[in-house]
Design a protein around this ligand. Structure first.
Ligand code: ADP
Ligand code: MG
Length: 694
């Protein structure tokens, strides 16, 4: 492989490339646009576009595309060639400032939640200069926002940028009170991405994996993850060569890919970048998912990003490490040596605690999808109850502040002796890790562990940025004009901690006791997406997003509809896929194998051989196959009665209350049959094949 420093960002129109290719004045005005949000005038835009085009063509591009993030959760692109016909019948390459800044794709086939009638097809894409343009498949990709003809946002990037503005504005108000004036406060994210790999030839034989991303049938393999030998284990050669290609491709695209390892489940892995601004991290995570899938194909593999590809085996999440810092590089969530005396830190910490407690339902719904419902609370993932883990040291600080007890001196640094002379003494971190908490403080950031692996991180960070902005805004209202800022701030901190201490939980979030304890504390436990999603349109939520200019009321309402419809569509497709597999593949296999056993019993009995056990087996196969037919019919009946002409949430409720339980029942009997039917009769690869044949 080439030297990483040399290839890194080679496909990105980044600062060094801009500086080398743009006149000084244009470069400087573009920098201002990127850092301060000032408009770029049309002349400068023409110059930038021309330089971008030359660079792209030198790097083999023939096309350009506005690259945007509609509410499908994946990215969209429409490619236009640079060519412009000339009078003599030849062509020249052209790309104007206008083409760089604005695009007009047809918006009618993207989800809008009814925001836009189908006949109002026009949509606009607008350049986001805060994220660099890059090259993919011989196209110059320009990150853009996506708006309807009437100005409503139709994408995930615009509200994310708005939420970044909101948190910057409110955090700056607080910092001004402390005598600081940074140009901007930025929210940062480092998303850890989990995924599974499966052999493509095996994948092709499973309709469920192909159509829904998860297995709808499958008995547990003899070996699951009980030996815990996969986590951080040696990476198989085929997987390692896949990972190398992923790294190289992402480095070229300027993604700061840093960490890769095997995860807990067999065939499960993780990749994580170095954190960057929420906007860039979101773009890069989308690119990462795309590259994982594309490169997997090249290696005869398929990358599964679904939250729960295999029942009974750990699911995949996306750990969203989030922090805020000033444009001068100060991390506002860094406790320092003596957190108890660090008023500014305590104030920001209190804001996060208050935000998470006040808006737990909204955080929960931001991760509410049909896929994630199978993962949350299923032993290996946080429960559906939102709580915060602070770690021993901060927990102690909170105790002191709330009880008013004398503060103890700052904890002396603790050391670990290895007992081996040549080994270094290890200074312990002040917080241990808590893998069971949905929202854990990890030293200088919070790790939100509920998001699902296939989700765009835009939605969750829109929520985190906005709810923290709201808490900061309430603090700033009290702090501004205070005579003694420090004592007023401490008063706010203590008051907030007293009110919101209930959201802090440092114990085992996977235990049943916690579910009971959380209920005693009055914390919401929204088990399914259908329970959680309606909170998006509660008055509390509508007014929150409106106040911070993140979503208008209409935008919140339409997004809610889209999320609820996505849930119903996902379950609907799964239901039909199950029926097809059960009727066309599983049932015929069971009938055939049963008849083989029945024939064998009959033959033996006809010549006087007594086979009581085999006969029992034949009976059991027959009765399970009968049950299979009965459960297919039951699910068929449910599929035929999906309510129409009712609200989207009623339809989703039908899928949750009727379709999913009937699907479970069908699966149970099919999985039992799988353990009884001979392998050569079973119509598709089993869990053992899928998880171990890589
Ligand atoms: P873990 O041990 O939790 O699996 P990883 O090393 O896999 O940790 O990932 C941690 C992620 O947190 C990385 O993406 C890292 O860049 C990110 N991170 C570190 N510091 C910050 C910060 N201040 N703000 C946001 N993200 C951060
Ligand atoms: Mg990790």
């Amino acid at each position: 492989m080439s030297n990483v420093a040399e290839i890194f960002g080679s496909k990105v129109f980044n600062l060094p490339t801009m500086q080398a290719r743009l006149p000084k004045a244009t470069y400087e005005s573009l920098l201002r646009t990127m850092q301060e949000g000032t408009q770029l005038d049309s002349k400068a835009a023409d110059v930038v576009a021309n330089a971008m085009k030359d660079w792209a063509i030198e790097n083999g591009c023939t096309h350009y595309t506005h690259w945007f993030q509609p509410m499908t959760g994946v990215t969209a692109e429409k490619h236009d060639a640079f060519i412009q016909p000339t009078e003599d019948g030849t062509v020249i390459n052209e790309f104007s400032g206008k083409e760089l800044v604005i695009g007009e794709p047809d918006a009618s086939s993207f989800p809008s939640g009814g925001l836009r009638a189908t006949f109002e097809a026009r949509g606009y894409t607008a350049w986001d200069p805060t994220s660099y343009a890059f090259i993919k498949d011989n196209s110059l990709c320009i990150p853009t926002t996506f708006l309807s003809y009437t100005g409503e946002v139709l994408d995930k990037k615009t509200p994310l940028l708005r939420s970044m503005d909101a948190i910057s504005k409110e955090a700056k108000r607080i910092l001004y009170c402390f005598g600081k004036a940074p140009a901007r406060v930025v929210s940062y994210v480092g998303p850890e991405q989990e995924y599974f790999l499966v052999d493509k030839e095996l994948w092709k034989q499973r309709k469920d994996l192909m159509l829904t991303g998860r297995t709808l049938f499958g008995a547990m393999p003899a070996k699951g993850q009980e030996l815990e030998d996969h986590y951080f284990g040696q990476i198989k050669e085929r997987v390692s060569s896949f990972m190398k290609d992923v790294d190289e491709e992402l480095w070229r695209l300027g993604v700061y890919n840093k960490t890769k390892h095997n995860e807990v489940a067999p065939a499960q892995h993780e990749v994580a970048p170095v954190f960057s601004t929420t906007n860039i991290a979101t773009d890069h995570n989308q690119l990462t998912m795309e590259v994982l899938k594309k490169v997997a194909e090249r290696h005869g593999l398929v990358c599964l990003l679904h939250e729960k590809p295999y029942e009974g085996i750990n699911g995949s999440g996306k750990h969203n490490n989030w922090s805020i810092g000033t444009s001068d590089g100060e991390n506002l969530l860094k406790p320092g040596k003596d957190p108890e005396a660090n008023t500014q830190f305590l104030l920001f910490l209190a804001a996060v605690i208050k935000a998470v407690d006040d808006y737990a339902e909204i955080l929960r719904l931001a991760v509410a999808t049909a896929g994630n419902d199978h993962r949350l609370g299923a032993n290996e993932a946080p429960p559906a109850i939102v709580s915060i883990y602070l770690g021993e040291q901060l927990e102690e600080v909170v105790e002191h502040l709330v009880s008013g007890a004398e503060s103890s001196a700052a904890k002396a640094a603790a050391y670990l002796e290895t007992g081996v002379e040549a080994m270094p003494v290890i200074q312990k971190d002040t917080t241990d890790r808590n893998r069971t908490s949905p929202f854990a403080f990890t030293g200088n950031r919070f790790e939100f562990r509920m998001p699902g692996s296939s989700q765009s991180v835009a939605g969750i960070n829109i929520v985190i940025n906005t709810i923290v902005a709201e808490a900061l805004s309430q603090f700033a209202d009290k702090l501004e004009g205070a005579k003694d800022v420090t004592s007023k701030a401490m008063e706010i901190v203590i008051d907030t901690l007293k009110k919101h201490q209930r959201i802090i939980f440092n114990g085992n979030g996977y235990s049943d006791e916690w579910i009971e304890e959380a209920e005693r504390r009055g914390l919401p436990n929204l088990r399914t997406a259908v329970d959680a999603l309606p909170y998006f349109v509660s008055e509390k939520s509508l007014s929150l997003f409106e106040k911070h200019n993140v979503f208008t009321r209409v935008e919140t309402e339409t997004r809610t509809d889209i999320m609820i419809e996505d849930y119903s569509k996902a379950v609907h497709i799964e239901m039909l896929t199950m029926l097809e597999m059960a009727k066309q593949e599983i049932l015929p296999a069971c009938l055939e194998y049963t008849s083989f056993v029945v024939d064998d019993v009959a033959k033996k009995q006809s010549i006087g051989i007594s086979v009581p056990n085999e006969k029992e087996k034949a009976k059991r196969l027959s009765s399970l196959t009968e049950a299979l037919i009965e459960r297919i019919d039951a699910l068929d009946a449910i599929a035929a009665k999906v309510p129409e002409n009712c609200s989207v949430i009623e339809t989703a409720g039908y899928y949750k209350d009727y379709a999913l339980p009937a699907m479970d029942r069908l699966r149970k009997v099919a999985d039992t049959l799988e353990t009884m039917v001979a392998k050569e009769y079973w119509p598709f690869p089993t869990y053992t094949d899928l998880l171990y044949r890589i």
